[in-house]
Design a protein around this ligand. Structure first.
Ligand code: PAF
Length: 284
């Protein structure tokens, strides 16, 4: 695997490469990331697989975990080599932001101010800005993201479409532990007791999804009743939920009827760790 830490060095390699599939990450890689790397290899028809590792300050708010975000570069490189990744772009902060970033991508507020955006002000502006910058440097043909960050995927897919970037954006299913907890770098913050409790978030999402799938509940009042019951169940077990809500998959707006494709999404704090997850509601 070739490791590039400067934009100039990566660009020199880019000029020699053909098609490229990119998996952008912030490192601390787990099996969810590795599944994206392997899918990049399979789906992209012989493209070179490029991973990026960059902990992007712009997407962390005041008081969030930028400083303590786990940085595990050596272990990450071993995993990427084992997964057969061809190139790693791993710039320093000075390389990506040699001066404070003054030009930003401002995502559509109708999408970016909802859910995660309501609790993490400016988060998607930071994500969209760094991803556009990574896209400009790497110039991928395909970019892969996990569905765990469902809203992030929609923001980026819309950015690519609206800015006419020649990139295919692919979302992959969330990879889960044996007890169905969604894999996340932030799981490492959980104590043993919290880790045992953590799968409840997914179970509550599944309970809501399953009730809706059965089709007995099809109006907004029913959705709200289910959401309130699931939130109460989380709170009863010591969680501090930010939201647990049924939304339209296409734009994450509240649904008007259950015939349209829906997703139920949640974010909740367990101790000091904030976890997010979602489940697409399959129609019968
Ligand atoms: O999902 C992530 O790890 C990050 O938000 C991303 C897409 C790499 C941008 O920093």
């Amino acid at each position: 695997m070739h490791i590039h830490t400067t934009i100039a060095d990566f660009r020199a390699a880019r000029a020699r490469a053909g098609r490229i599939a990119l998996v952008p990450t912030m490192g601390n890689l787990h099996d969810g990331h590795i599944a994206l790397m392997r899918a990049a290899r399979q789906l992209s028809g012989g493209a070179a697989v490029v991973a990026s590792i960059f902990v992007n300050r712009l997407q962390f708010g005041q008081g969030e975990d930028f400083e303590k975000y786990p940085r595990t570069f050596e272990a990450d490189c071993e995993k990427l080599i084992a997964a057969g990744v061809d190139h790693l772009f791993a710039p320093s902060e000075a390389e990506m932001y040699p001066q404070p970033q003054r030009y930003h991508v401002e995502p559509d507020q109708k999408l970016a101010s909802l859910l995660e955006g309501a609790f993490r002000s400016g988060h998607f502006r930071g994500v969209a800005t760094v991803v556009l910058k990574l896209f400009n440097i790497v110039q991928p043909d395909v970019a892969l993201f996990g569905k765990k960050d469902y809203q992030q995927f929609l923001v980026l897919k819309n950015m690519v479409r609206e800015l006419a970037l020649p990139i295919e954006v692919v979302a992959l299913e969330t990879v889960r532990a044996d007890d169905w907890l969604a894999l996340s770098s932030r799981n490492s913050y959980l104590s043993a007791t919290e880790r045992a409790e953590a799968p409840r978030l997914y179970r509550q999402l599944c309970a809501v999804a399953e009730t809706l799938r059965k089709g007995a509940h099809d109006n907004v009042r029913d959705f709200v009743r289910l959401e309130i019951a699931a939130l109460a169940e989380l709170e009863r077990h010591g969680w501090k939920p930010d939201y647990l809500t049924v939304r339209r998959r296409v734009d994450l707006q509240p649904p008007e009827q259950s015939e349209e494709p829906l997703v139920v999404l949640a974010a909740a704090r367990l101790g000091t760790t904030r976890l997010i997850d979602n489940v697409e509601i399959l129609s019968q």
